[in-house]
Design a protein around this ligand. Sequence first.
Ligand code: URA
Ligand code: SF4
Length: 216
Amino acid sequence: MPATVPAAASAQPAALDDRRGAIMRMDWTQIKASVASCTSCALHARRNKTVLGVGDENADWLFVGEGPGADEDAQGEPFVGQAGKLLDSMLMAIQLKRGNNVYIANVVKCRPPGNRNPEPGEALACEPYLHRQIDLIKPKLIVALGKVAAVNLLAREATVASMRNKVHQYRGIPLIVTYHPAYLLRNLPDKARAWEDLCFAVDTMKGLQNAKGETI
Ligand code: URA
Ligand code: SF4
């Protein structure tokens, strides 16, 4: 290392690599403890409860939202408020149920104040946790709920309208994009499009399961 590089400038990236590496080796018990005590971004300061995720840790289906809102922050579980009720009905409409072959997570595990979008630095700080969750769950299909989830998982900027109706890939796992349930509560006409997306997701899942000789 050149003598002109101050020690502090090189220490931080190494520390970040160490953190990511440590998270990538965690089992579920360790992830739960690590998230519960995480202070790696500013969102830790105002949270009540961390919200790691909920459901079947071996699920075929993984739904990913943006981040906890007020209800989730109070209860420590994702999608338990109004948007969550709609998500539960969407799941029911395709014969799925929270916790039963379904896991639900978010891009950030702590509530952004006032329900603002997570900032890029916050999403980046939290990303290793979602990455590790996905490695452990090994879902057959990921459904990104809304733009924040899609943009963070696919690491590119685009609109939901342009990303839906396609099978993308997240580290080799098929990924479908649809509208966020909170958006659908405010934009009822797009509910029909979300229903098309769910049907597309079911068909995609059937193809994936049939490829491996399983049933839905
Ligand atoms: N919105 C989200 O994106 N996630 C939740 O958990 C709740 C609302
Ligand atoms: Fe840690 Fe993620 Fe919470 Fe930020 S949002 S403090 S990175 S758990």
